[in-house]
Design a protein around this ligand. Structure first.
Ligand code: AMP
Ligand code: MG
Length: 335
């Protein structure tokens, strides 16, 4: 039976920014909810300069939203996609390089050239459509991350190639917000970008942050992880989907088939100190499925995983033993 954890930390978002000072005259708590990248984002920072830190983080969110959003005609991703070769900012170049590393290490389960296939399904316009086999075959011909090169600040793509950083941009953003918090002297903070969480330090007053892992089936929670200085990022077919003729089609595409990834998982959560890595891998391991995802975890360092299978089994990797808490049964995967 799933237990509903009442963890208000992240979910009681106020629509207005707030800043409260308590007894220590320099101590501040600041909180803001921002809408960007199609996502409601909640930011909280505690300590001197909290409000300044939150305001800087908001500016950065808006800047990166403009820079990275594919359909924004002012974005650098749009420039690469239309001009096929472009000089881009350090941020965009480094994000694309990191994304390409994940594309390569996951053998293309993660593929940032998935854009043409995403378009066929209508996930950008929200005018959903099940493409024909022929449409998908034509779309898939354009998908291959090997057609993207990034050298220095120059990113080039082959003629039909188009980038989509939707599987990794939010993790990059939460990572950046942590940097901004740190640069402002904040030692305790938490952000939730549409349920993707990253934490800085410990809760004010001490103790790990308790981050809830959402159930893929309803708005209850499967369990919690107790973390500090970690990103906790989940990918799941339940997050964005449409239904047609009794079939569910979701937004995480298997680049080998062009269809929604269907390797027996309802969700994958990655826990890592690196938000960008966590976001890329949550998408990638969802595509790979439990067995290949487990092999990948065994071969790579720097992250742990919670897998939820289609038959509601929960598997956690061994680094989360003692960190993950749940009233559900779960199995521990070891290296
Ligand atoms: P996430 O919610 O992080 O799993 O990211 C899902 C988003 O990543 C989708 O909305 C697409 O923009 C993009 N995407 C879908 N499938 C893939 C894939 N196989 N590799 C890379 N990005 C993908
Ligand atoms: Mg992702």
């Amino acid at each position: 039976m799933k237990i509903k954890y009442l963890i208000g930390v992240l979910l009681c978002a106020s629509l207005l920014s707030s800043c409260a000072k308590i007894s220590d005259s320099t101590y501040e708590e600041a909180e803001k909810t921002v809408f960007a990248m199609d996502t409601v984002m909640t930011l909280k920072a505690y300590g001197e300069n909290a409000k300044t830190a939150i305001d800087s983080a908001e500016d950065e969110i808006m800047r990166l939203d403009t820079t990275l959003r594919r359909k924004n005609t002012d974005s650098e991703v749009y420039k690469i996609n239309t001009e096929k070769s472009a000089d881009v900012s350090d941020d965009t170049a480094s994000l694309i390089k990191k994304a390409l590393d994940i594309c390569s290490s996951t053998n293309g389960a993660f593929d940032i050239s998935i854009a043409p296939v995403m378009d066929l399904w209508g996930f950008y316009t929200k005018e959903f459509h099940v493409p024909s086999e022929q449409e998908l075959a034509l779309g898939l011909e354009k998908v291959d991350f090997n057609n993207i090169t990034a050298e220095g600040n120059t990113v080039s793509v082959k003629d039909n190639t188009e980038l989509d950083l939707g599987g990794i941009a939010k993790g990059f953003l939460s990572q950046r917000i942590m940097e901004i918090f740190r640069d402002n002297g904040i030692r305790s903070g938490i952000v939730s970008l549409g349920g993707n969480v990253q934490t800085l330090g410990e809760k004010i007053g001490g103790g790990k942050w308790k981050v809830a892992i959402q159930s893929p089936d309803d708005d209850s929670y499967l369990g919690i992880v107790n973390v500090s200085d970690m990103a906790v990022i989940t990918s799941g077919g339940y997050q964005r989907f449409f239904e047609q003729d009794g079939m569910i089609y979701h937004h995480i595409i298997d680049p080998k088939t062009g269809y929604s990834a269907n390797r027996g998982l309802k969700s994958v959560t990655i826990v890592s100190s690196d938000g960008t890595l966590a976001d890329g891998l949550s998408t990638a391991l969802f595509v790979m499925g439990l067995d290949k995802g487990t092999d990948y975890w065994k071969d790579h360092d720097g992250f742990d995983v919670i897998f939820v299978t289609d038959d509601d089994q929960i598997y956690i990797t061994s680094g989360l033993d003692g960190i993950f808490e749940s009233e559900n049964n779960y199995s521990i995967i070891t290296k």
